[in-house]
Each structure stands twice: as structure tokens, then as C-alpha cells.
Design a protein around this ligand. Structure first.
Ligand code: HEC
Ligand code: HEC
Length: 281
């Protein structure tokens, strides 16, 4: 099996240059390793067992970029022993997963369209301020926290131990259940998945005005927040403090842009600088 691609370019019949480029990985070697290290959680046919399926359109969309898939595998898998694979091994595994996914897609029947009358509706329980305080405020604070604290930081020489997570948390209670980088993952995902709640019809702002869900700029601000949440997840998956810090600036912008337009109105008083009466208009 070739582990690199070789191109020979003949220039003017005189000069010949050989370019070696690292290929995406060796799928056949990846298949062997998958059986040994991954199938126990993801299934022999990648169908999912303890862990999620590693095939299907949703998976292919999320991990369309093979080098992101390789990094995800190398930094976080196998879940019970992350960091134990070399980059080359992760590349072989990624190549195998991509090859298997392509074969499954070719064999699959076209997906049936989702009937729109089956779409459930979820009338909101919270007003907008409650939603912000409950979801977006804690989640983005956790991402901002990465600017000053590396979630991969070790205390002394000891690796992370469940229950010992006292230097990076969104709250004291429950802080030891998931590892620091995982809680950054969940925060980023919750921003992306919760953002569409900003468009749910029927919600009111604290001052009683309807949330302006039909306004084009409101929709655009919401879409920005979804996109930044997804970008934050990708960055977190790379387990790079720098990458998450970079995205956290975009996150702050996404919040600010909408707040400048719909929340922080001029005309406030010293007691209430935000002029709550003028919000959501
Ligand atoms: C102990 C169980 C376990 C083992 C072993 C394991 N995984 Fe996972 N895997 C999970 C769980 C749980 C998730 C979901 C959480 C996450 O994305 O980190 C996951 C997620 C993934 C994802 C992302 C799926 C998605 O939908 O985004 C990939 C890719 C992946 N695993 C590849 C591998 C590979 C390759 C191996 C073998 C080297 C492996 N896993 C071994 C449990 C496991
Ligand atoms: C699409 C527009 C929009 C986006 C995007 C948005 N917000 Fe808001 N936010 C508002 C509006 C409007 C209010 C006022 C809600 C009310 O008064 O009911 C608000 C209120 C808040 C409040 C409550 C303030 C108070 O009075 O206690 C917090 C906290 C908040 N937002 C945080 C965030 C964070 C953090 C983000 C980004 C992750 C964000 N928001 C993104 C529109 C937005």
C-alpha cells in the first residue's frame, strides 16, 4: 500500500522534479486497527454501539474534512485511552472510515423526505431573558474561560483525574463529572443547538414585546451564533487552547452585534443603563 503519493513532473523535457505529499492514510491498515481499538464501542460495521455511528449523511457532513476527522480521532479517541494513537495511525483510521462511509452511501437507498406534519412543535417555557441567563450566559463564559485557563493544564505532574477538577468549571457542583475539554465541547454544542430557540415563534421579551423573529437582521444574528457555536466545537475538538481562544472573539462579536441592535439601547438611566423598555424593538 502506498503511504504517499508521488508525482513526477517533467519540465521542458530536461528537468524532472519529484513531489512527495503525505496522503490521507492507509484505509486497509486502518480497518485492521479499527477492529482492535474501535469496534467495541462503534460496532464492526460502524453502526454505533456505546459510541455513535461513524457512517451516514449526518456524520459525513460533520466530518467532511479528513484532517479534522484525523485530529478528532487522535486527540479524543479511543475514548477510554485518548492520546494513545500516533497521527499516522489516526490518519489510517480516518481513511478507513471515509472509505467505509462512501461504500455505505453508494449502497443506501435515497433518504425519504421528512414529512412536515411530523415536525413536533415546542412552545417555549422561558422568556428571552431567562433563556439567555440559563443557556447562553454560562456556556459562553466557559468558552471565554479558555482565554486565561488551559483546559489541558495538569496539576503538578498528575494527569486529569475524575473528581479532581477544581480549577476549570462552570460551577462547583458537578464539576468533576466530565473532563475540562469535554465541558468546552458541550458548551459550544449547546450554543449551536440552542440558538434556533431564538427563532421560536411565540416567545416574548422580558418587557412583553414579542421577540422579533420575523426580522431579517434578527435571523442573520441568530445564524451567526449557530455558525460560531459550530466553529467553537471544531476548535475545541482540536484540543487547542489557542484555537478556542480565537473563536471566543467571534463568539463575543456574535453576541455583541445583536445586543447593539436589540438590547443595549441608548436612553437608559443610571439606575437602568440598558433601557429595558426599549429592548427587542
Ligand atoms: C470506550 C468507547 C469508545 C472507543 C473504544 C472508541 N470510541 Fe469513538 N466515540 C465514543 C463516544 C462515546 C463518542 C461520542 C463523544 C465524542 O464525540 O467524543 C465517540 C465519538 C467518535 C467520533 C465522532 C463521532 C461524531 O458523530 O462526531 C469518531 C470519529 C470516533 N469516535 C472514532 C473512534 C475511533 C477511530 C476509535 C478507535 C481508535 C474510537 N472512536 C474508539 C466512544 C468510543
Ligand atoms: C439574535 C439576537 C441576540 C443574540 C445573538 C444574543 N443575544 Fe443576548 N439578548 C438579546 C436580547 C434582545 C436581550 C434582551 C432580552 C429581554 O429583555 O427579554 C438579550 C439579553 C441577554 C442577557 C440578559 C441581560 C439581563 O438583562 O440580565 C444575557 C446575559 C445575554 N443576552 C447574553 C448573551 C450572550 C452571552 C450571547 C452570545 C453567546 C447572546 N446573548 C446572544 C439578543 C441577543
Amino acid at each position: 500500500m502506498l503511504t504517499r503519493l508521488t508525482w513526477t513532473l517533467a519540465l521542458g523535457g530536461l528537468l524532472s522534479i519529484t513531489v512527495h505529499a503525505q496522503s490521507a492514510g492507509d484505509a486497509t491498515r486502518g480497518q485492521e486497527m479499527f477492529k482492535q481499538r474501535c469496534a467495541v464501542c462503534h460496532g464492526d460495521a460502524l453502526q454505533g454501539l456505546v459510541g455513535p455511528p461513524l457512517t451516514g449523511t449526518e456524520f459525513a457532513r460533520t466530518w467532511a474534512n479528513p484532517s479534522e476527522l484525523r485530529d478528532k480521532i487522535q486527540k479524543t479517541m479511543p475514548q477510554d485511552d485518548p492520546g494513545s494513537l500516533t497521527e499516522a495511525q489516526a490518519g489510517d483510521l480516518a481513511a478507513f472510515i471515509v472509505r467505509a462511509g462512501a461504500a455505505n452511501a453508494a449502497a443506501a437507498a435515497p433518504a425519504a423526505p421528512i414529512a412536515s406534519h411530523d415536525t413536533p412543535s415546542f412552545p417555549p417555557a422561558a422568556n428571552l431573558a431567562q433563556l439567555m441567563r440559563g443557556i447562553f450566559f454560562p456556556s459562553s463564559n466557559l468558552i471565554f474561560e479558555v482565554q486565561g485557563h488551559d483546559p489541558g493544564e495538569k496539576k503538578g505532574d498528575k494527569p486529569y483525574e475524575p473528581g479532581a477538577n477544581d480549577n476549570f468549571s462552570w460551577a462547583q457542583w458537578g464539576a468533576g463529572i466530565y473532563s475540562p475539554w469535554e465541558i468546552v465541547d458541550y458548551a459550544a454544542l449547546s450554543i449551536a443547538d440552542a440558538a434556533p430557540l431564538l427563532l421560536a415563534p411565540g416567545r416574548r421579551c422580558e418587557n412583553g414585546r414579542p421577540v422579533p423573529v420575523e426580522k431579517d437582521d434578527w435571523k442573520k444574528f441568530t445564524q451567526n451564533l449557530i455558525d460560531v457555536g459550530k466553529a467553537a466545537y471544531k476548535a475545541s475538538q482540536s484540543r487547542s487552547q489557542e484555537a478556542v481562544s480565537d473563536v471566543s472573539n467571534d463568539l463575543a462579536d456574535a453576541c455583541l452585534q445583536c445586543h447593539e441592535r436589540y438590547r443595549d439601547k441608548p436612553g437608559g438611566t443610571t439606575a437602568d443603563p440598558s433601557n429595558k423598555a426599549a429592548r427587542c424593538f
